[in-house]
Design a protein around this ligand. Structure first.
Ligand code: ADP
Ligand code: MG
Length: 615
Protein backbone atom coordinates (compact mmCIF):
# COMPACT_ATOMS: atom_id res chain seq x y z
CA UNK A 1 0.00 0.00 0.00
CA UNK A 2 2.86 2.34 0.77
CA UNK A 3 5.10 3.39 -2.10
CA UNK A 4 7.52 4.92 0.33
CA UNK A 5 7.44 2.00 2.73
CA UNK A 6 11.14 1.40 2.53
CA UNK A 7 11.74 4.83 3.99
CA UNK A 8 10.81 3.23 7.29
CA UNK A 9 12.73 0.01 7.03
CA UNK A 10 15.97 -0.78 8.75
CA UNK A 11 18.05 -1.84 5.80
CA UNK A 12 20.93 -4.16 6.20
CA UNK A 13 23.81 -1.77 6.59
CA UNK A 14 26.43 -2.81 4.11
CA UNK A 15 27.19 0.21 2.03
CA UNK A 16 30.23 2.01 3.37
CA UNK A 17 30.86 4.02 0.29
CA UNK A 18 28.67 4.98 -2.60
CA UNK A 19 30.09 7.49 -4.97
CA UNK A 20 26.76 9.14 -5.80
CA UNK A 21 25.75 9.53 -2.15
CA UNK A 22 29.19 10.77 -1.28
CA UNK A 23 29.10 13.34 -4.06
CA UNK A 24 25.78 14.69 -2.83
CA UNK A 25 26.95 14.78 0.76
CA UNK A 26 29.95 16.81 -0.30
CA UNK A 27 27.50 19.27 -1.80
CA UNK A 28 26.33 20.06 1.73
CA UNK A 29 29.89 20.45 2.98
CA UNK A 30 30.96 22.78 0.20
CA UNK A 31 29.59 26.03 1.71
CA UNK A 32 31.62 25.33 4.85
CA UNK A 33 34.76 24.10 3.12
CA UNK A 34 36.87 26.79 4.80
CA UNK A 35 35.81 25.54 8.20
CA UNK A 36 36.54 21.97 7.21
CA UNK A 37 40.02 22.88 5.99
CA UNK A 38 40.64 24.69 9.27
CA UNK A 39 39.39 21.60 11.10
CA UNK A 40 41.72 19.29 9.21
CA UNK A 41 44.63 21.61 9.86
CA UNK A 42 43.80 21.59 13.58
CA UNK A 43 43.62 17.80 13.58
CA UNK A 44 47.03 17.63 11.98
CA UNK A 45 48.40 20.06 14.54
CA UNK A 46 46.92 18.20 17.51
CA UNK A 47 48.08 14.79 16.36
CA UNK A 48 51.55 16.02 15.50
CA UNK A 49 51.92 17.74 18.86
CA UNK A 50 50.66 14.72 20.75
CA UNK A 51 52.88 12.18 19.03
CA UNK A 52 55.99 14.29 19.00
CA UNK A 53 56.05 14.54 22.78
CA UNK A 54 57.39 10.97 23.32
CA UNK A 55 60.27 11.92 21.04
CA UNK A 56 61.03 14.97 23.16
CA UNK A 57 61.02 12.70 26.21
CA UNK A 58 63.40 10.35 24.43
CA UNK A 59 65.80 13.20 23.70
CA UNK A 60 65.69 14.27 27.34
CA UNK A 61 66.39 10.76 28.58
CA UNK A 62 69.20 9.99 26.16
CA UNK A 63 70.93 13.33 26.35
CA UNK A 64 70.80 14.01 30.06
CA UNK A 65 70.33 10.78 32.02
CA UNK A 66 73.79 9.46 31.17
CA UNK A 67 75.53 12.82 30.96
CA UNK A 68 78.65 12.61 33.20
CA UNK A 69 78.36 16.25 34.33
CA UNK A 70 74.87 15.59 35.71
CA UNK A 71 75.80 12.54 37.74
CA UNK A 72 74.40 12.98 41.29
CA UNK A 73 73.02 16.45 40.45
CA UNK A 74 70.33 18.07 42.65
CA UNK A 75 66.78 18.53 41.41
CA UNK A 76 67.41 22.25 40.96
CA UNK A 77 70.37 21.59 38.75
CA UNK A 78 68.43 18.96 36.84
CA UNK A 79 65.61 21.41 36.22
CA UNK A 80 68.03 24.00 34.96
CA UNK A 81 69.58 21.54 32.55
CA UNK A 82 66.25 20.21 31.35
CA UNK A 83 64.34 23.49 31.20
CA UNK A 84 64.54 23.81 27.41
CA UNK A 85 63.21 20.31 26.89
CA UNK A 86 60.55 20.74 29.58
CA UNK A 87 59.40 23.98 28.00
CA UNK A 88 59.10 22.30 24.61
CA UNK A 89 57.20 19.41 26.19
CA UNK A 90 54.78 21.81 27.88
CA UNK A 91 54.35 23.77 24.66
CA UNK A 92 53.47 20.60 22.74
CA UNK A 93 51.00 19.65 25.44
CA UNK A 94 49.36 23.05 25.29
CA UNK A 95 49.23 22.97 21.52
CA UNK A 96 47.60 19.54 21.61
CA UNK A 97 45.03 20.76 24.13
CA UNK A 98 44.18 23.93 22.26
CA UNK A 99 44.04 22.38 18.81
CA UNK A 100 41.94 19.46 20.07
CA UNK A 101 39.45 21.80 21.64
CA UNK A 102 39.23 24.01 18.57
CA UNK A 103 38.90 21.14 16.13
CA UNK A 104 36.03 19.69 18.15
CA UNK A 105 34.27 23.02 18.13
CA UNK A 106 34.89 23.77 14.46
CA UNK A 107 33.63 20.39 13.32
CA UNK A 108 30.54 20.59 15.54
CA UNK A 109 29.91 23.94 13.92
CA UNK A 110 30.08 22.40 10.46
CA UNK A 111 27.79 19.54 11.53
CA UNK A 112 25.22 21.92 12.98
CA UNK A 113 25.25 24.15 9.90
CA UNK A 114 24.77 21.17 7.63
CA UNK A 115 21.90 19.89 9.77
CA UNK A 116 20.21 23.26 9.62
CA UNK A 117 20.51 23.32 5.83
CA UNK A 118 19.17 19.79 5.51
CA UNK A 119 16.20 20.39 7.77
CA UNK A 120 15.32 23.47 5.74
CA UNK A 121 15.60 21.60 2.49
CA UNK A 122 13.55 18.65 3.74
CA UNK A 123 10.77 20.74 5.25
CA UNK A 124 10.59 22.97 2.20
CA UNK A 125 10.46 19.94 -0.03
CA UNK A 126 7.72 18.18 1.92
CA UNK A 127 5.61 21.36 2.05
CA UNK A 128 5.52 21.43 -1.74
CA UNK A 129 4.89 17.76 -2.36
CA UNK A 130 1.63 16.77 -4.00
CA UNK A 131 -1.28 15.82 -1.75
CA UNK A 132 -1.25 12.26 -3.09
CA UNK A 133 2.11 11.65 -1.37
CA UNK A 134 0.50 12.13 2.02
CA UNK A 135 -2.27 9.66 1.22
CA UNK A 136 0.34 6.96 0.97
CA UNK A 137 2.79 8.01 3.66
CA UNK A 138 2.52 8.02 7.42
CA UNK A 139 3.92 11.48 7.84
CA UNK A 140 4.51 11.32 11.59
CA UNK A 141 6.72 8.29 11.31
CA UNK A 142 8.38 9.63 8.21
CA UNK A 143 9.34 12.83 10.02
CA UNK A 144 10.75 11.03 13.07
CA UNK A 145 12.70 8.80 10.77
CA UNK A 146 14.08 11.63 8.68
CA UNK A 147 15.02 13.77 11.66
CA UNK A 148 16.87 10.79 13.17
CA UNK A 149 18.64 10.37 9.88
CA UNK A 150 19.70 14.00 9.87
CA UNK A 151 21.04 13.56 13.39
CA UNK A 152 22.97 10.47 12.25
CA UNK A 153 24.58 12.57 9.55
CA UNK A 154 25.53 15.18 12.10
CA UNK A 155 27.25 12.44 14.04
CA UNK A 156 29.26 11.72 10.91
CA UNK A 157 30.21 15.31 10.20
CA UNK A 158 30.73 16.51 13.75
CA UNK A 159 32.64 13.61 15.21
CA UNK A 160 32.88 10.66 12.84
CA UNK A 161 35.01 12.29 10.18
CA UNK A 162 37.15 14.18 12.68
CA UNK A 163 37.82 11.17 14.84
CA UNK A 164 38.56 8.91 11.90
CA UNK A 165 40.82 11.46 10.31
CA UNK A 166 42.50 12.15 13.64
CA UNK A 167 42.98 8.44 14.20
CA UNK A 168 44.42 7.91 10.74
CA UNK A 169 46.78 10.85 10.99
CA UNK A 170 47.81 9.81 14.49
CA UNK A 171 48.49 6.26 13.33
CA UNK A 172 50.52 7.46 10.37
CA UNK A 173 52.65 9.74 12.50
CA UNK A 174 53.25 7.01 15.08
CA UNK A 175 54.19 4.41 12.50
CA UNK A 176 56.48 6.84 10.67
CA UNK A 177 58.22 7.85 13.88
CA UNK A 178 58.65 4.26 14.98
CA UNK A 179 60.19 3.17 11.71
CA UNK A 180 62.41 6.24 11.56
CA UNK A 181 63.74 5.50 15.03
CA UNK A 182 64.17 1.72 14.75
CA UNK A 183 62.56 -0.35 12.09
CA UNK A 184 63.37 -3.60 13.89
CA UNK A 185 61.67 -2.55 17.09
CA UNK A 186 58.77 -1.22 15.03
CA UNK A 187 58.28 -4.54 13.27
CA UNK A 188 58.39 -6.40 16.57
CA UNK A 189 55.77 -4.06 18.05
CA UNK A 190 53.45 -4.71 15.16
CA UNK A 191 53.68 -8.46 15.72
CA UNK A 192 50.39 -8.28 17.57
CA UNK A 193 48.66 -6.53 14.69
CA UNK A 194 47.19 -9.75 13.25
CA UNK A 195 45.59 -10.42 16.63
CA UNK A 196 43.99 -7.01 16.71
CA UNK A 197 43.00 -7.32 13.07
CA UNK A 198 41.17 -10.56 13.72
CA UNK A 199 39.50 -9.09 16.78
CA UNK A 200 38.33 -6.06 14.84
CA UNK A 201 36.87 -8.21 12.15
CA UNK A 202 35.07 -10.40 14.66
CA UNK A 203 33.80 -7.33 16.41
CA UNK A 204 32.46 -5.87 13.23
CA UNK A 205 30.58 -8.97 12.24
CA UNK A 206 29.22 -9.52 15.72
CA UNK A 207 28.32 -5.95 16.49
CA UNK A 208 26.85 -5.05 13.14
CA UNK A 209 24.22 -7.74 13.27
CA UNK A 210 23.48 -7.09 16.93
CA UNK A 211 23.41 -3.36 16.39
CA UNK A 212 20.99 -3.58 13.50
CA UNK A 213 18.67 -5.79 15.51
CA UNK A 214 18.87 -3.33 18.37
CA UNK A 215 17.78 -0.46 16.13
CA UNK A 216 15.03 -2.55 14.59
CA UNK A 217 13.63 -3.42 18.00
CA UNK A 218 13.86 0.21 19.05
CA UNK A 219 11.79 1.44 16.14
CA UNK A 220 9.28 -1.33 16.84
CA UNK A 221 9.05 -0.25 20.47
CA UNK A 222 8.63 3.39 19.50
CA UNK A 223 5.97 2.64 16.94
CA UNK A 224 3.97 0.58 19.43
CA UNK A 225 4.17 3.23 22.14
CA UNK A 226 3.28 6.00 19.71
CA UNK A 227 0.24 4.22 18.44
CA UNK A 228 -1.14 3.07 21.78
CA UNK A 229 -0.58 6.37 23.57
CA UNK A 230 -2.01 8.27 20.62
CA UNK A 231 -5.03 5.99 20.76
CA UNK A 232 -5.21 5.75 24.53
CA UNK A 233 -8.86 6.76 24.56
CA UNK A 234 -9.76 3.79 22.38
CA UNK A 235 -7.61 1.49 24.50
CA UNK A 236 -9.33 2.60 27.70
CA UNK A 237 -12.78 2.69 26.18
CA UNK A 238 -12.55 -0.96 25.27
CA UNK A 239 -10.80 -1.91 28.50
CA UNK A 240 -7.62 -3.04 26.74
CA UNK A 241 -5.08 -1.55 29.19
CA UNK A 242 -4.03 -4.93 30.61
CA UNK A 243 -3.76 -6.54 27.23
CA UNK A 244 -1.89 -3.59 25.71
CA UNK A 245 0.50 -3.56 28.64
CA UNK A 246 1.18 -7.28 28.31
CA UNK A 247 2.04 -6.84 24.66
CA UNK A 248 4.25 -3.92 25.54
CA UNK A 249 6.12 -6.01 28.11
CA UNK A 250 6.84 -8.57 25.40
CA UNK A 251 8.19 -5.99 22.96
CA UNK A 252 10.12 -4.25 25.69
CA UNK A 253 11.80 -7.50 26.72
CA UNK A 254 12.82 -8.24 23.16
CA UNK A 255 14.27 -4.79 22.91
CA UNK A 256 16.25 -5.35 26.11
CA UNK A 257 17.64 -8.62 24.78
CA UNK A 258 18.73 -7.02 21.53
CA UNK A 259 20.34 -4.13 23.42
CA UNK A 260 22.22 -6.50 25.72
CA UNK A 261 23.56 -8.49 22.79
CA UNK A 262 24.82 -5.35 21.09
CA UNK A 263 26.38 -4.08 24.30
CA UNK A 264 28.08 -7.44 24.85
CA UNK A 265 29.72 -7.31 21.45
CA UNK A 266 31.04 -3.86 22.21
CA UNK A 267 32.15 -4.71 25.73
CA UNK A 268 34.13 -7.62 24.36
CA UNK A 269 36.14 -5.45 22.01
CA UNK A 270 37.59 -2.91 24.48
CA UNK A 271 39.46 -5.42 26.66
CA UNK A 272 40.75 -7.15 23.54
CA UNK A 273 42.38 -3.96 22.36
CA UNK A 274 43.72 -3.46 25.85
CA UNK A 275 45.14 -6.98 25.76
CA UNK A 276 46.82 -6.37 22.43
CA UNK A 277 48.32 -3.17 23.85
CA UNK A 278 49.60 -5.05 26.88
CA UNK A 279 51.00 -7.79 24.69
CA UNK A 280 52.95 -5.37 22.55
CA UNK A 281 54.25 -3.63 25.69
CA UNK A 282 55.54 -6.96 26.94
CA UNK A 283 57.21 -7.68 23.62
CA UNK A 284 58.84 -4.24 23.52
CA UNK A 285 60.08 -4.68 27.08
CA UNK A 286 61.58 -8.06 26.28
CA UNK A 287 63.03 -7.37 22.86
CA UNK A 288 63.80 -3.67 23.36
CA UNK A 289 65.21 -4.41 26.82
CA UNK A 290 67.55 -6.92 25.21
CA UNK A 291 68.65 -4.31 22.69
CA UNK A 292 69.31 -1.80 25.45
CA UNK A 293 71.41 -4.29 27.35
CA UNK A 294 73.30 -5.04 24.16
CA UNK A 295 73.71 -1.32 23.61
CA UNK A 296 71.87 -1.63 20.27
CA UNK A 297 69.32 0.94 21.37
CA UNK A 298 68.88 3.58 24.06
CA UNK A 299 66.57 3.77 27.08
CA UNK A 300 65.04 6.89 25.62
CA UNK A 301 64.08 5.03 22.49
CA UNK A 302 62.60 2.24 24.53
CA UNK A 303 60.53 4.76 26.46
CA UNK A 304 59.28 6.40 23.28
CA UNK A 305 58.35 3.03 21.83
CA UNK A 306 56.44 2.03 24.92
CA UNK A 307 54.41 5.24 24.80
CA UNK A 308 53.68 4.96 21.08
CA UNK A 309 52.92 1.28 21.38
CA UNK A 310 50.20 2.00 23.90
CA UNK A 311 48.81 4.88 21.87
CA UNK A 312 48.82 2.87 18.71
CA UNK A 313 45.90 0.61 19.58
CA UNK A 314 43.41 3.21 20.72
CA UNK A 315 43.00 4.86 17.32
CA UNK A 316 42.44 1.39 15.94
CA UNK A 317 39.58 0.85 18.32
CA UNK A 318 38.27 4.28 17.45
CA UNK A 319 38.36 3.57 13.74
CA UNK A 320 36.31 0.47 14.22
CA UNK A 321 33.63 2.41 16.08
CA UNK A 322 33.65 5.08 13.39
CA UNK A 323 33.06 2.38 10.83
CA UNK A 324 29.64 1.86 12.35
CA UNK A 325 28.93 5.58 12.29
CA UNK A 326 29.79 5.61 8.62
CA UNK A 327 27.50 2.67 7.85
CA UNK A 328 24.57 4.28 9.62
CA UNK A 329 25.26 7.65 8.02
CA UNK A 330 25.31 6.09 4.56
CA UNK A 331 21.96 4.40 5.09
CA UNK A 332 20.59 7.63 6.55
CA UNK A 333 21.70 9.75 3.62
CA UNK A 334 20.23 7.24 1.23
CA UNK A 335 16.83 7.62 2.89
CA UNK A 336 17.07 11.40 3.03
CA UNK A 337 17.97 11.61 -0.63
CA UNK A 338 15.19 9.21 -1.53
CA UNK A 339 12.72 11.57 0.12
CA UNK A 340 14.28 14.61 -1.51
CA UNK A 341 14.11 12.87 -4.87
CA UNK A 342 10.38 12.31 -4.60
CA UNK A 343 9.05 14.53 -7.32
CA UNK A 344 5.71 16.30 -6.82
CA UNK A 345 3.15 14.86 -9.20
CA UNK A 346 1.28 18.14 -9.45
CA UNK A 347 3.64 20.71 -10.87
CA UNK A 348 3.30 24.20 -12.24
CA UNK A 349 4.35 24.78 -15.81
CA UNK A 350 7.29 27.13 -16.24
CA UNK A 351 5.18 29.44 -18.36
CA UNK A 352 2.07 29.17 -16.17
CA UNK A 353 -0.64 31.73 -16.82
CA UNK A 354 -1.49 34.14 -14.00
CA UNK A 355 -5.14 34.42 -13.05
CA UNK A 356 -5.55 37.61 -11.06
CA UNK A 357 -9.34 37.40 -11.03
CA UNK A 358 -12.07 34.83 -11.43
CA UNK A 359 -14.54 36.32 -13.92
CA UNK A 360 -16.81 33.84 -15.62
CA UNK A 361 -17.13 30.16 -14.91
CA UNK A 362 -15.71 26.89 -13.70
CA UNK A 363 -16.15 24.01 -16.08
CA UNK A 364 -15.58 20.30 -15.57
CA UNK A 365 -15.30 18.88 -19.08
CA UNK A 366 -15.48 15.09 -19.49
CA UNK A 367 -13.46 14.62 -16.32
CA UNK A 368 -12.28 11.15 -15.38
CA UNK A 369 -10.26 10.60 -12.26
CA UNK A 370 -8.78 7.68 -10.30
CA UNK A 371 -6.62 7.84 -7.18
CA UNK A 372 -5.01 4.60 -8.23
CA UNK A 373 -4.64 2.95 -11.62
CA UNK A 374 -7.86 2.45 -13.51
CA UNK A 375 -10.01 2.59 -10.43
CA UNK A 376 -12.13 5.51 -11.54
CA UNK A 377 -13.71 7.45 -8.69
CA UNK A 378 -15.19 10.06 -11.02
CA UNK A 379 -16.42 9.19 -14.48
CA UNK A 380 -17.17 11.57 -17.30
CA UNK A 381 -18.12 14.55 -15.15
CA UNK A 382 -19.56 17.50 -17.02
CA UNK A 383 -20.51 20.48 -14.92
CA UNK A 384 -20.48 24.22 -15.37
CA UNK A 385 -20.60 26.62 -12.46
CA UNK A 386 -21.07 30.25 -13.38
CA UNK A 387 -19.62 33.06 -11.31
CA UNK A 388 -21.97 33.90 -8.46
CA UNK A 389 -23.83 30.60 -8.71
CA UNK A 390 -24.58 28.56 -5.63
CA UNK A 391 -24.20 24.91 -6.45
CA UNK A 392 -24.99 22.05 -4.09
CA UNK A 393 -23.61 18.56 -4.43
CA UNK A 394 -25.37 15.61 -2.85
CA UNK A 395 -24.70 11.91 -2.90
CA UNK A 396 -23.95 8.99 -0.64
CA UNK A 397 -20.72 8.69 1.35
CA UNK A 398 -17.93 7.66 -0.99
CA UNK A 399 -19.71 8.78 -4.13
CA UNK A 400 -16.92 11.23 -5.03
CA UNK A 401 -18.06 14.62 -3.75
CA UNK A 402 -14.88 15.51 -1.90
CA UNK A 403 -12.83 14.23 -4.81
CA UNK A 404 -14.60 16.72 -7.05
CA UNK A 405 -13.43 19.62 -4.90
CA UNK A 406 -9.91 18.15 -4.55
CA UNK A 407 -9.63 18.23 -8.31
CA UNK A 408 -10.81 21.81 -8.55
CA UNK A 409 -8.04 22.88 -6.15
CA UNK A 410 -5.64 20.79 -8.20
CA UNK A 411 -4.53 18.65 -5.29
CA UNK A 412 -4.57 15.92 -7.91
CA UNK A 413 -4.53 16.09 -11.70
CA UNK A 414 -7.33 14.54 -13.72
CA UNK A 415 -6.58 11.54 -15.92
CA UNK A 416 -8.95 12.38 -18.73
CA UNK A 417 -10.80 15.52 -19.70
CA UNK A 418 -10.07 18.91 -18.15
CA UNK A 419 -11.17 21.41 -15.57
CA UNK A 420 -11.33 24.95 -16.88
CA UNK A 421 -11.58 28.27 -15.12
CA UNK A 422 -12.56 31.16 -17.36
CA UNK A 423 -11.62 28.95 -20.26
CA UNK A 424 -8.11 28.12 -19.01
CA UNK A 425 -7.17 24.55 -18.19
CA UNK A 426 -6.22 24.72 -14.52
CA UNK A 427 -3.07 22.76 -15.33
CA UNK A 428 -1.88 25.83 -17.28
CA UNK A 429 -2.55 28.26 -14.46
CA UNK A 430 -0.26 29.38 -11.70
CA UNK A 431 -1.13 27.13 -8.78
CA UNK A 432 -0.89 29.92 -6.25
CA UNK A 433 -3.36 32.05 -8.22
CA UNK A 434 -5.78 29.17 -8.58
CA UNK A 435 -5.80 28.32 -4.90
CA UNK A 436 -5.98 31.96 -3.82
CA UNK A 437 -9.44 32.12 -5.37
CA UNK A 438 -10.70 29.10 -3.49
CA UNK A 439 -11.34 28.35 0.18
CA UNK A 440 -12.56 25.04 1.53
CA UNK A 441 -14.32 24.57 4.83
CA UNK A 442 -14.26 20.93 5.79
CA UNK A 443 -15.98 18.91 8.41
CA UNK A 444 -12.86 18.36 10.46
CA UNK A 445 -11.16 21.67 10.97
CA UNK A 446 -7.44 21.78 11.46
CA UNK A 447 -6.28 24.20 14.12
CA UNK A 448 -2.65 24.97 14.81
CA UNK A 449 -0.94 25.76 18.09
CA UNK A 450 -1.40 29.50 18.45
CA UNK A 451 -3.99 32.10 19.39
CA UNK A 452 -7.55 32.15 18.11
CA UNK A 453 -6.64 35.22 16.10
CA UNK A 454 -3.68 33.54 14.45
CA UNK A 455 -5.80 30.52 13.67
CA UNK A 456 -8.36 32.65 11.89
CA UNK A 457 -5.78 34.38 9.72
CA UNK A 458 -3.49 31.34 9.60
CA UNK A 459 -0.56 33.53 10.68
CA UNK A 460 -0.86 35.54 7.46
CA UNK A 461 0.18 39.14 8.06
CA UNK A 462 -1.89 40.69 5.30
CA UNK A 463 -5.04 40.13 7.35
CA UNK A 464 -5.47 42.81 10.01
CA UNK A 465 -6.83 42.37 13.54
CA UNK A 466 -9.94 44.27 12.51
CA UNK A 467 -10.53 42.01 9.54
CA UNK A 468 -10.20 38.96 11.78
CA UNK A 469 -12.80 40.27 14.22
CA UNK A 470 -15.09 41.44 11.46
CA UNK A 471 -15.01 37.97 9.90
CA UNK A 472 -15.71 36.33 13.24
CA UNK A 473 -18.66 38.69 13.84
CA UNK A 474 -20.23 37.94 10.50
CA UNK A 475 -20.17 34.18 10.97
CA UNK A 476 -21.37 34.52 14.59
CA UNK A 477 -18.14 33.14 16.04
CA UNK A 478 -17.55 36.39 17.86
CA UNK A 479 -19.74 35.53 20.84
CA UNK A 480 -18.02 32.35 21.92
CA UNK A 481 -14.55 33.76 21.21
CA UNK A 482 -15.18 36.68 23.53
CA UNK A 483 -16.29 34.23 26.21
CA UNK A 484 -12.90 32.46 26.07
CA UNK A 485 -10.45 33.31 28.90
CA UNK A 486 -8.33 35.63 26.75
CA UNK A 487 -10.74 36.27 23.91
CA UNK A 488 -8.97 36.43 20.56
CA UNK A 489 -5.61 35.99 22.27
CA UNK A 490 -6.56 32.65 23.85
CA UNK A 491 -3.89 30.14 22.95
CA UNK A 492 -5.30 26.99 21.39
CA UNK A 493 -3.54 23.75 21.97
CA UNK A 494 -2.51 21.64 19.02
CA UNK A 495 -5.65 20.41 17.29
CA UNK A 496 -7.82 22.82 19.26
CA UNK A 497 -8.86 20.02 21.60
CA UNK A 498 -10.31 22.48 24.10
CA UNK A 499 -12.98 23.66 21.66
CA UNK A 500 -16.16 21.87 20.73
CA UNK A 501 -16.61 20.59 17.20
CA UNK A 502 -19.17 23.30 16.48
CA UNK A 503 -16.87 26.03 17.77
CA UNK A 504 -14.06 24.77 15.59
CA UNK A 505 -16.45 24.87 12.67
CA UNK A 506 -17.28 28.51 13.36
CA UNK A 507 -13.58 29.33 13.44
CA UNK A 508 -13.24 27.66 10.05
CA UNK A 509 -16.02 29.86 8.69
CA UNK A 510 -14.29 32.93 10.05
CA UNK A 511 -11.02 31.77 8.52
CA UNK A 512 -12.62 31.29 5.11
CA UNK A 513 -14.24 34.70 5.28
CA UNK A 514 -11.04 36.42 6.42
CA UNK A 515 -9.27 35.12 3.33
CA UNK A 516 -12.14 36.44 1.25
CA UNK A 517 -12.01 33.90 -1.57
CA UNK A 518 -14.10 34.22 -4.72
CA UNK A 519 -14.99 30.55 -4.70
CA UNK A 520 -16.07 28.93 -1.48
CA UNK A 521 -16.41 25.22 -0.94
CA UNK A 522 -18.27 23.89 2.06
CA UNK A 523 -17.62 20.19 2.39
CA UNK A 524 -20.16 18.87 4.88
CA UNK A 525 -19.22 21.89 6.89
CA UNK A 526 -22.38 22.02 8.91
CA UNK A 527 -22.63 18.29 9.48
CA UNK A 528 -21.26 18.44 13.00
CA UNK A 529 -23.17 21.52 14.07
CA UNK A 530 -26.38 20.97 15.96
CA UNK A 531 -29.57 22.31 14.53
CA UNK A 532 -29.76 25.14 17.03
CA UNK A 533 -26.28 26.40 16.22
CA UNK A 534 -26.99 25.90 12.57
CA UNK A 535 -30.00 28.17 12.82
CA UNK A 536 -27.81 30.66 14.63
CA UNK A 537 -25.15 30.67 11.93
CA UNK A 538 -27.66 30.45 9.09
CA UNK A 539 -27.48 34.21 8.81
CA UNK A 540 -23.67 34.23 8.97
CA UNK A 541 -23.51 31.46 6.43
CA UNK A 542 -25.76 33.43 4.12
CA UNK A 543 -23.45 36.40 4.38
CA UNK A 544 -20.42 34.20 3.89
CA UNK A 545 -21.92 32.98 0.65
CA UNK A 546 -23.04 36.43 -0.49
CA UNK A 547 -21.45 37.63 -3.72
CA UNK A 548 -19.46 34.46 -3.94
CA UNK A 549 -19.47 31.41 -6.09
CA UNK A 550 -20.06 28.43 -3.87
CA UNK A 551 -20.07 24.69 -3.92
CA UNK A 552 -21.84 23.23 -0.97
CA UNK A 553 -21.68 19.57 -0.13
CA UNK A 554 -24.32 18.71 2.40
CA UNK A 555 -26.04 15.76 3.96
CA UNK A 556 -28.99 17.65 5.27
CA UNK A 557 -31.01 18.53 2.24
CA UNK A 558 -32.82 21.26 4.13
CA UNK A 559 -29.67 23.38 3.99
CA UNK A 560 -29.39 23.34 0.21
CA UNK A 561 -32.97 23.72 -0.86
CA UNK A 562 -32.50 27.18 -2.33
CA UNK A 563 -29.27 26.45 -4.21
CA UNK A 564 -29.22 27.61 -7.84
CA UNK A 565 -28.29 24.14 -8.96
CA UNK A 566 -28.25 20.81 -7.21
CA UNK A 567 -25.96 18.09 -8.54
CA UNK A 568 -26.64 14.49 -7.57
CA UNK A 569 -23.59 12.24 -7.72
CA UNK A 570 -23.95 8.50 -7.55
CA UNK A 571 -20.95 6.17 -7.78
CA UNK A 572 -18.77 8.76 -9.43
CA UNK A 573 -21.27 9.88 -12.05
CA UNK A 574 -23.56 12.86 -12.19
CA UNK A 575 -26.99 11.34 -12.29
CA UNK A 576 -29.25 14.34 -11.85
CA UNK A 577 -28.90 18.08 -12.02
CA UNK A 578 -31.38 20.92 -11.51
CA UNK A 579 -33.13 23.06 -8.93
CA UNK A 580 -34.84 21.60 -5.91
CA UNK A 581 -38.22 21.83 -7.57
CA UNK A 582 -37.01 20.34 -10.84
CA UNK A 583 -35.35 17.42 -9.13
CA UNK A 584 -38.40 16.66 -7.03
CA UNK A 585 -40.46 16.62 -10.17
CA UNK A 586 -38.03 14.19 -11.76
CA UNK A 587 -38.89 11.68 -9.02
CA UNK A 588 -35.40 10.15 -9.19
CA UNK A 589 -32.57 9.73 -6.68
CA UNK A 590 -32.94 13.19 -5.19
CA UNK A 591 -36.63 12.70 -4.74
CA UNK A 592 -36.05 9.44 -2.87
CA UNK A 593 -33.36 10.99 -0.66
CA UNK A 594 -35.65 13.83 0.11
CA UNK A 595 -38.52 11.53 0.96
CA UNK A 596 -36.22 9.57 3.24
CA UNK A 597 -35.13 12.63 5.17
CA UNK A 598 -38.58 14.06 5.22
CA UNK A 599 -39.88 10.86 6.72
CA UNK A 600 -36.96 10.90 9.18
CA UNK A 601 -37.97 14.31 10.29
CA UNK A 602 -41.43 13.10 10.96
CA UNK A 603 -40.02 10.18 12.92
CA UNK A 604 -37.88 12.66 14.82
CA UNK A 605 -40.93 14.62 15.72
CA UNK A 606 -42.39 11.37 16.99
CA UNK A 607 -39.31 10.78 19.15
CA UNK A 608 -37.49 8.24 16.96
CA UNK A 609 -33.79 8.55 16.01
CA UNK A 610 -32.97 10.27 12.76
CA UNK A 611 -30.81 8.72 10.09
CA UNK A 612 -28.53 10.34 7.56
CA UNK A 613 -28.13 9.39 3.93
CA UNK A 614 -26.21 6.21 3.46
CA UNK A 615 -25.62 4.30 0.30
N1 ADP B 1 -6.78 9.65 -1.03
C1 ADP B 1 -7.47 8.64 -1.55
N2 ADP B 1 -6.83 7.58 -2.08
C2 ADP B 1 -7.53 6.57 -2.60
N3 ADP B 1 -8.86 6.51 -2.65
C3 ADP B 1 -9.56 7.54 -2.15
C4 ADP B 1 -8.89 8.66 -1.56
N4 ADP B 1 -9.82 9.53 -1.14
C5 ADP B 1 -11.02 8.97 -1.45
N5 ADP B 1 -10.86 7.79 -2.04
C6 ADP B 1 -11.94 6.93 -2.56
O1 ADP B 1 -12.64 7.65 -3.54
C7 ADP B 1 -14.02 7.47 -3.41
C8 ADP B 1 -14.71 8.82 -3.28
O2 ADP B 1 -14.33 9.42 -2.09
P1 ADP B 1 -14.81 10.87 -1.67
O3 ADP B 1 -14.66 11.78 -2.80
O4 ADP B 1 -14.10 11.23 -0.41
O5 ADP B 1 -16.35 10.62 -1.37
P2 ADP B 1 -17.40 11.56 -0.65
O6 ADP B 1 -16.75 12.85 -0.34
O7 ADP B 1 -18.51 11.67 -1.61
O8 ADP B 1 -17.81 10.84 0.60
C9 ADP B 1 -14.22 6.57 -2.23
O9 ADP B 1 -14.43 5.27 -2.73
C10 ADP B 1 -12.93 6.61 -1.47
O10 ADP B 1 -12.66 5.38 -0.89
MG1 MG C 1 -16.40 13.73 1.47
Amino acid sequence: MNDYGDLFEEHELTKVYDREIFRRLMGYVRPYLRWVILGVFLILLAEAARNLSPYVAKVAIDRYFHAPELRGATLDRMFLALRGVLLLYAALLLLDLLASFLRGYVMQLVGQFIMRDMRMQIFGHILRLHVGFFDRTMVGRLMTRVMNDVAALNELFASGIVDSLGSLIGLTIIVAMMFALSWKLALITFCVLPVIGAATLAFQILSRRAYREWRRQLSRLNAFMNERIGGVVTVQLFGQEENTFRRFVGINTEYLRAALRAVLAMAFFGPLVELAGGLSTAIILWYGGGQVVQNATTIGELFAFLTWGQRFFWPLRNLSAQYNTLLIAMASSERIFQLLDTRPEVVEKPDAIPLPEFREAIEFRNVWFAYEGENYVLEDINLTIRKGERVAVVGATGSGKTTLTNLLCRFYDVQKGAILIDGYDIRDLRIEDLRRHIAIVQQDVLLFTGTVRDNIRLFADFISDEQVEEAARIVQADRFIRALPNGYETVLQEGGATLSVGQRQLLAFARALAFNPEILILDEATASIDTETELLIQEGLKRLLQNRTSIMIAHRLSTIRDADKIVVIHRGRIREMGTHAELLQLQGIYYRLYQLQYRDQELLAAGKPRGEIVS
